[in-house]
Design a protein around this ligand. Structure first.
Ligand SMILES: CC(C)(COP(=O)(O)OP(=O)(O)OC[C@H]1O[C@@H](n2cnc3c(N)ncnc32)[C@H](O)[C@@H]1OP(=O)(O)O)[C@@H](O)C(=O)NCCC(=O)NCCS
Length: 398
């Protein structure tokens, strides 16, 4: 049977407000966060009959307890999607939601699905990083990886070693800008548009409503950042101020074949152009976005100068700066993370990839002069992921 690859579009995306581990969502289940996201996607897109959703792919890094039991399927059932809609769970650590998008996006291109939901969740409060892991002793016994490869903050210190031009002062300056850009976007009402409120419960304070991100620190100053301790190495450079924190949150998006979006009257926010994942040395996992981006550009027949907007996950400032240095982009380039990034808003591991996409979709709508945008992130154990998107609002070369 002859097949035609179909164009894949990002229709819409939403996320819960992000919380600090042990904060806002201390007594809220991870699967309930995903349910809110799925229900909001359906509420915002009433043209979409729920039985037209062909798949629900939800990522989580720690797939046990309320993040286990095949969370794509359990969340779909809990959200009230018809029982005929299947679902699955997916894991590529920090790039979980990104991988959910590229996996079901590929399924749409191949004709297996018309419409799908992809997203991710991480409740780092209920599931601390590394919970239940059992690395094979061969990793260290046979020196397959450096011992620091298993501690993300230590890999960030290794990056500072590898790129001495990226000083702690530069990392702190980048972190401050992230906080300032997020605060500005929030004040302008830009962040709120894609947040779904979550009812919370606390034994102590009763019911509450999560409607805003908890991690940002608008009072951040360079002076204060300079005083923070370096938990991953004595006299190191990585601090709580220039790293993403430990966070809880969920994200999700609707993807569709472009022709099906047209048929159903669904909006087209972004068109999928290409994607790639790449492996690097695990002890410097933060450089992963560089080869992933180079490969995604190559697959698309584009060069870095074709990219007009960047959403780069800020696991650590040093890792974003290594990417920017590699491609010759200034630390404060306004095309990069215009609303700040994970250093300010938080990084609930497997959920973050779709947060990048939600924001890029908003930037595209506001920038019809930009044709292509990039979402990219580093991944533990030495990987990077990159997805290139086209702006449907692009007005053409003037
Ligand atoms: C870096 C890390 C260890 C810090 O954890 P933590 O100590 O619980 O962080 P906190 O939020 O309590 O911050 C530590 C201190 O810095 C201060 N601080 C943090 N950010 C600040 C800022 N922007 N401005 C001023 N002070 C700040 C806090 O107030 C706190 O001060 P205190 O000790 O006086 O209370 C943790 O966030 C971490 O592991 N991050 C990386 C997560 C990760 O690896 N993700 C995967 C990426 S691949």
């Amino acid at each position: 049977m002859p097949r035609t690859v179909r164009d894949v579009v990002f229709v819409d995306g939403v996320r819960t407000p992000f919380g600090k581990a042990g904060g806002l969502y201390a007594e809220t289940r991870a699967d309930d966060l995903v349910v809110r996201v799925i229900r909001e996607l359906l509420r915002r897109n009433p043209q979409l009959p729920p039985n037209r959703v062909d798949e629900v792919a939800i990522a989580a890094t720690t797939q046990i307890g309320d993040q286990g039991l095949t969370i794509g399927r359990t969340a779909a059932l809990l959200a009230g999607l018809p029982k005929s809609v299947p679902g699955f769970a997916i894991d590529r650590m920090c790039a979980g939601a990104m991988t959910a998008v590229t996996t079901v996006g590929s399924g749409i291109a191949m004709g297996a699905y018309d419409v799908a939901i992809a997203g991710g969740v991480e409740h780092m409060g209920r599931h601390p990083m590394g919970e239940g892991v059992d690395p094979n002793p061969r990793f260290l016994a046979e020196k397959l990886v450096d011992p620091s490869a298993l501690v993300m903050g230590a890999t960030a210190e290794n990056l500072h070693d590898q790129f001495p031009a990226i000083t702690k002062e530069r990392a702190d300056r980048f972190a401050l800008a992230s906080q300032q850009r997020y605060a500005k976007a929030l004040a302008e009402g830009r962040i709120q548009a894609d947040l779904v409120t979550v009812a919370t419960r606390s034994q102590e304070s009763g019911w509450g409503l999560a409607s805003a991100d908890e991690p940002p620190r608008p009072d951040t100053s360079l002076e204060k950042l300079a005083t923070l301790r370096t938990p991953f190495r004595p006299h190191g450079r990585v601090t709580a101020g220039n790293a993403a924190g430990l966070n809880d949150g969920a994200t999700g998006c609707l993807l569709a074949a472009e022709e099906v979006a047209q048929e159903l009257g669904l909006p087209v926010a972004m068109r999928l152009v290409s994607y790639a994942y790449a492996g690097v040395e695990p002890e410097v996992m933060g450089v992963g976005p560089i080869p992933a981006t180079e490969k995604a550009l190559r697959l698309a027949g584009l060069s870095i100068s074709d990219i007009g907007l960047f959403e780069i996950n800020e696991a650590f400032a040093v890792q974003v700066l290594a990417f920017l240095d590699h491609f010759g982009i200034a630390d404060d380039d306004p095309r990069v993370n215009p609303w700040g990034g994970a250093i300010a808003v938080g990084h609930p591991l497997a959920s973050s990839g779709v947060r990048l996409m939600i924001q890029l979709a908003r930037h595209f709508a506001a920038h019809p002069e930009v044709r292509y945008g990039l979402t990219t992130m580093c991944v533990g154990l030495g990987m990077g992921g990159a997805v290139i998107w086209e702006n449907p609002a692009w007005e053409g070369d003037k």
